[in-house]
Unconditional design. Structure first.
Length: 217
């Protein structure tokens, strides 16, 4: 299949760049050299760069249509991405010992878990929404494969992290996971939602110039 070389290479680099640096022995060496914060910054920057390349490579791959485009399809990511950015805003830098990306996890209160009361893995839930939403209006083979892999990665990641955290916390996992689903209005929550909507608006504005596709129906 001529013309698929860059796409396949970008996928391979994506998996290698995500799998190798987090292997215990490799990560220990990198953290010793860069520091924990430096490792997080470098790993995040590398992840963003490779993801951007993968998305660009999908756009350059040969177009093999699986289903035709329709105006209504654009509404799916428009709606679901608003939810995804809200979840991210409510989750980032909040205590969450049940998944990755949490901060100050010792302060976690299952009775007042916030967004974690609705999903133990808010960052992965946001990735799943992003990927699933973008499959609908992108009915060509390269993009369907791209977003399907990310959707599967997010859903499988939830199960794998649950399994690992169960081993880590033992019987205490049941207590931590017994979160309550409460809709409570707080100043912090309102500010985070406002920030999430601001990020969503910025992403909408940026989508056309950067991705080359305007997200409107």
């Amino acid at each position: 299949m001529a013309g698929w070389g860059e796409y396949i290479l970008a996928f391979a680099v994506f998996f290698i760049s995500h799998g190798v640096p987090v292997r215990p022995a490799v990560k220990a060496r990198l953290v010793a050299r860069l520091g924990a914060r430096g490792f997080s910054i470098a790993y995040s920057a590398l992840s963003i760069f490779v993801l951007a390349w993968l998305i660009v490579a999908a756009g350059r791959a040969p177009y093999v249509e699986l289903w035709p485009r329709a105006p209504w399809q654009a509404w799916v990511p428009l709606v679901l991405m608003a939810i995804a950015t809200a979840i991210l805003a409510l989750a980032i830098a909040r205590p969450n010992p049940l998944s990755f990306g949490g901060a100050h996890n010792a302060r976690f209160d299952p009775a007042n878990a916030g967004i974690v009361g609705w999903t133990r893995h808010p960052l992965l839930a946001a990735i799943a929404l992003w990927a699933g939403a973008h499959i609908v209006p992108n009915g060509d083979l390269a993009h369907v494969l791209l977003f399907a892999v990310f959707l599967g990665f997010a859903l499988l990641g939830m199960r794998l992290i649950d399994r690992r955290k169960r081993r880590q916390f033992g019987k205490d996992w049941e207590r931590l996971a017994a979160t309550s689903r409460r809709l409570s209005v707080t100043v912090d929550g309102a500010m985070r939602l406002a920030l999430g909507l601001g990020v969503y608006a910025f992403l909408l504005w940026l989508h056309g110039p950067v991705i080359g596709v305007y997200p409107w129906p």
